[in-house]
Design a binder for this molecule. Structure first.
Ligand SMILES: Cc1cc2nc3c(=O)[nH]c(=O)nc-3n(C[C@H](O)[C@H](O)[C@H](O)COP(=O)(O)OP(=O)(O)OC[C@H]3O[C@@H](n4cnc5c(N)ncnc54)[C@H](O)[C@@H]3O)c2cc1C
Length: 465
């Protein structure tokens, strides 16, 4: 008889996990608190589009979804930096167009994953919110918006119900999960650059319909804060403004914050001063700012991800991170692939399977959490800094001189599936080498490349192929 797996949450990670488990012969049921987005429209709530990288693509390929998602993904070749004086420059992510990331609409991706999960045989029940778990009776309490509650029996639970996971709360009633949430003292607000008016071709605009270069992640780094913009396939861009939550969070009272910029008019004044080239592109700036919610950010750390073989957390429910490496979903998709494989191979001992999953994934989740926090400083600040640009130029040079040995951390995280923990460890060693070589230097000609070769040979073994 097929084993029944019960999932809470049919977001990005839950829907992919349901697909992969159903494809591997499990009987899968999913409870999702929202209505079916394919009927009701997508009520995303946050980040309209996301950056999809190699780890995410891998999950989609394993599920057989690459062909479905590729046409709705927009290539981003690098960071298009918008400097204060208005000039822009493209800092490429990789060597060529095989090393790029992709912007994809959260709603379209989620709906494609729901279709795939159902096609594989998963049963998804929408408007069913997990409220609590009775561990003695092995039952769930599921609520809906009409105030009705149902009791439902389970044998094995997987929580993909996001950063505010109800299953996590229920598990914490059973064991000490070692939970710690570190809020970031910066929040975000989304605004929109619409597509240019005009005819669509095959339902999609031509490049001319984008008001800025479409194939880039646009970024306005301003020291302690920044704006970014990701393209959408239909020609618009989603702009995200990241600001400190409070003016005093940095000790810099001159820095804008969500405490000092509260009205649409104040937001407009901030944009006119700091993001001037974006102002004519955002016709509803004041309205968007006033009406869209301010998002909160932070990092969730847990010591335990499972209760015996009965319940396991994955995706944001286990390890929500800040979005500055564009890896939360990508990491969650890796969870889904690893879990499906372990469950397929693991036989009936779910406790051993869940423990092994936690053993393999937790060091990687911890590593990407740390790298995502570091990347915020890089994006908002260093990206416009001369010393940082020298270090990046040297990094490229050393990567060419020592392929397979000196590999930029961004490359390992974004374009490979090397464990995040290895990317993190090697990244630390490489940063130390770059700092040593660039100390007191102003351009690449001054760097001692023979010394670089010696340091690399001594400290960095060849990566496994
Ligand atoms: C501003 C921002 C930008 C981001 N950009 C990127 C990016 O560029 N690239 C990237 O890889 N990641 C990005 N992320 C991270 C990414 O959004 C998350 O990592 C990803 O959504 C996690 O997926 P999930 O399925 O685990 O959780 P969620 O997407 O939160 O899905 C959880 C699901 O569970 C449902 N649910 C919640 N509670 C219950 C309940 N009690 N019962 C039943 N169902 C429930 C929810 O309705 C939802 O459908 C970004 C995040 C933010 C905030």
């Amino acid at each position: 008889m097929k084993r029944t797996i019960t999932l809470a949450g049919a977001g990005l990670v839950g829907a992919l996990t349901a697909t992969l488990l159903a494809q591997r012969g499990f009987d899968v049921e999913v409870f999702e608190r929202r209505p079916d987005p394919r009927k009701a429209g997508f009520l995303g709530g946050r980040s309209i589009n996301l950056a999809l990288a190699e780890r995410g693509w891998h999950g989609l390929r394993v599920a057989g979804l690459q062909q479905r998602i590729a046409p709705i993904a927009v290539m981003m070749r690098g960071r298009m930096v918008h400097h204060m004086d208005g000039h822009t420059e493209l800092l490429r992510y990789g060597r060529d167009d095989s090393e790029v990331i992709w912007s994809v609409n959260r709603g379209s991706l989620n709906m494609a994953l729901l279709d795939a999960a159902e096609a594989a045989g998963a049963r998804i029940r929408f408007e069913r919110r997990l409220e609590s778990v009775d561990w003695d009776k092995s039952t769930l309490q599921l609520g809906d918006d009409r105030g009705t509650t149902q009791t439902h029996a389970f044998t094995c639970l997987i929580g993909a119900d996001g950063a505010g996971s109800a299953l996590r709360t229920a598990m914490a009633g059973q064991i000490d999960m070692g939970e710690r949430f570190e809020p970031l003292d910066h929040g975000y607000k989304e605004l929109e650059i619409p597509a240019r008016d005009g005819q669509l071709q095959d339902g999609r605009p031509q490049n001319g319909k984008f008001q800025m270069e479409p194939n880039a992640l646009h970024i306005w780094p301003r020291g302690n804060y920044m704006c970014i913009a990701l393209p959408n396939a239909e020609g618009s861009f989603t702009v995200t403004l990241f600001l400190p939550s409070n003016s005093d969070s940095t000790g810099n009272s001159g820095s804008p914050s969500f405490a000092s910029v509260t009205t649409g008019a104040q937001a407009r004044a901030l944009f006119e001063r700091d993001f001037a080239d974006a102002v004519p592109l955002i016709p509803d700036l004041q309205k968007d700012f006033a009406e869209n919610p301010t998002g909160l950010l932070g990092t969730l750390y847990l010591q335990r991800w499972h209760v015996d073989g009965r319940a396991l957390l994955i995706g944001d429910a286990a390890h929500a991170i800040v979005p500055f490496h564009g890896q939360g979903m990508n990491c969650g998709f890796e969870d889904a692939v690893e879990l499906a494989q372990l469950m397929k191979e693991g036989g009936s001992d779910m406790r051993a399977t869940f423990a092994e999953f936690e053993r393999r994934r937790k060091p990687n989740a911890d590593a990407i959490a740390a790298m995502a926090l570091e990347n915020y400083v890089e994006m908002r600040d260093s990206v416009a800094d001369a010393h940082f640009l020298l270090m990046r130029a040297l990094e490229r040079k050393l990567a060419e001189r020592h392929p397979g040995r000196f590999v930029p951390r961004y490359w390992m995280v974004t374009f490979s599936r090397l464990p995040y923990s290895i990317a993190f460890e090697r990244g630390e060693i490489q940063s130390a080498i770059l700092r040593e070589l660039c100390a007191g230097k102003h351009d690449l000609q001054q760097v001692d490349l023979e010394e670089a070769d010696r340091l690399i040979a001594a400290r960095l073994p060849l990566l496994p192929t």
